[in-house]
Design a protein around this ligand. Structure first.
Ligand code: UDP
Length: 458
């Protein structure tokens, strides 16, 4: 590892797993290149720093110090994501400014701030005021970013807000997307959704560069399109988690060992791994259809049910009496897994996913075919690309989540369509592997990123 003493990078992740994970992986990449890293993190969802001993963590308090936490579990559990984003910005804008000023005023030279693109304006204004360069990390894919960047046009042309009568219409300006694939989030504050998206796009335009957790062979056209729109230096250096073997999310706990032990007992490529990420919530009725669909498929399955994921319940209590005994060792239901470990396990034959960008990329990197049930935001765009462009998965629409449909989809991906999908998945995995070789695009882009960042204080 080269030494770059006195070169510190400050990172400001959004406090959700799908955003924190890639940021911490990026921190690992910078650390490996000799930078020191400070993570400024909201007190909301503050992570366990002992899991990431290479980095300095600073908790940013909410701006109502001394008062009750405005973002306590009981407050946030009923908020939609857009309202939660708004609150986060309101609660942390001022204290972020103070924390960043303190860090930049310290002894060590600070190269730059790397902030999650979704923080948008608040980081733009503060970084400018404090005089530190700002690079943006976009944790989603380039294809969905193109769709977000096209929001003004989509509104002008009447595609947004989405009308039920137009769901299957192609969006000719964003092929191969259909109207139903446009990245929206259900919210009681629709104007705020437009504002959050606009803030993200404008914040990227005014930045000193955008880092992407994607690779050129995967999203070449979309990256070109975004680059034309944003006109700032571009660094697609993904997949982040494949840069090094000792990356920060590889640590395992006892439950992970139990899961691996269960997977070790299954036949190669026999298991359906089902997980819908860290945020998506489902209704009890859907939960039961999924449970029966998995059971009736007669395939071994590993299913992540986060506590609170099923609306109105704590965990598994709505399963019918005897269900768990009935599935026996054939299925395993857990609260959380080390997904990177699971997808890399030879027993896993398919990933039933909500198509969050990290999950999509992680599956691609292990050559695992996907069953796509997108829920909101960029997940619909990712699903369209998985199914129609990269052709490494099948769609199972949320509106069709009935046990028979589920059983058919699972069996189709594991059996009838299995060989074909697996073959293409392995080809895509090869191109993911190649981009990180010495001559690969992501390795070269990382060199450019390091030089770019080092040029800031010269
Ligand atoms: N994840 C995990 N264990 C789980 C579920 C999710 O480690 O049981 C990780 C997964 O590997 C990914 C992240 O959480 O890195 C989820 O991000 P994604 O973009 O897929 O979805 P989101 O949670 O943002 O909807």
């Amino acid at each position: 590892m080269e030494e770059r003493r006195g070169r510190r990078i400050i990172m400001f992740p959004l406090p959700f797993a799908g955003h924190f994970n890639p940021m911490i992986e990026l921190a690992g990449i910078f650390h490996h290149r000799g930078f020191s890293v400070t993570i400024l993190h909201t007190s909301y969802n503050f992570p366990d720093p002992s899991r990431h001993p290479h980095f300095t963590f600073r908790s940013i308090p909410h701006n109502k110090e001394g008062e009750e936490d405005p973002l306590s579990q009981s407050e946030t559990s009923s908020m939609d994501l857009i309202v939660l984003m708004l609150r986060l910005k309101q609660c942390y804008a001022e204290t972020f400014r103070q924390s960043l000023a303190e860090e930049v005023g310290g002894e060590e030279t600070v190269c730059c701030l790397v902030s999650d693109a979704i923080w948008g304006k608040i980081t733009e204004v503060v970084a400018e005021e404090i005089g530190v360069r700002r690079v943006v990390l976009r944790t989603g894919g380039a294809s969905s970013f193109c769709a977000f960047a096209a929001y003004p046009l989509l509104r002008d042309k009447g595609y947004l807000p989405i009308q039920d009568s137009r769901l299957d219409e192609l969006v000719t300006e964003l092929l191969p997307l259909k109207v139903k694939d446009l990245p929206v989030i259900e919210t009681k504050e629709p104007e705020e959704l437009y504002r959050v998206v606009n803030d993200m796009v404008e914040g990227a335009k005014s930045s000193s560069g955008v880092i992407w957790n994607t690779f050129e062979d995967l999203e070449r056209l979309s990256l070109m399109d975004c680059s034309n729109k944003l006109q700032v230096p571009f660094f697609p250096i993904g997949p982040f988690h494949k840069h090094s073997d000792d990356h920060p999310l590889k640590t395992k706990n006892k439950d992970d060992d139990k899961t691996t032990c269960w997977l070790d007992k299954q036949d190669p490529q026999s298991v359906v791994y089902a997980s819908f990420g860290s945020l998506a919530a489902i209704e009890e009725k859907e939960f039961l259809e999924i449970a029966w669909g998995l059971r009736n498929s007669k395939l071994p399955f590993l299913w992540v049910v986060r506590p609170g994921m099923v609306r109105g319940t704590e965990w598994l209590e709505s399963l019918p009496c005897g269900f768990l005994e009935d599935i026996g060792h054939k299925g395993k239901i857990v609260k959380w897994v080390n997904q990177l470990e699971v997808l890399a396990h030879p027993a896993v034959g398919a990933f039933w996913t909500h198509c969050g960008w990290n999950s999509t990329l992680e599956s691609i990197c292990e050559g695992v075919p996907m069953i796509c049930t997108p829920c909101f935001s960029d997940q619909h765009v990712n699903a369209r690309y998985i199914v129609d462009v990269w052709r490494v998965g099948m769609v199972l629409e949320r509106s069709k989540m009935e046990m028979k449909e589920i059983e058919n989809a699972l069996r189709s991906v594991m059996m009838e369509k299995g060989d074909e999908l697996r073959e293409r998945s392995l080809k895509l995995k090869e191109s993911a592997d190649f981009c990180l070789t010495k001559d690969g695009s992501s390795s070269k882009n990382l060199e450019k990123l390091v030089s770019h960042v080092l040029s800031f204080d010269s």
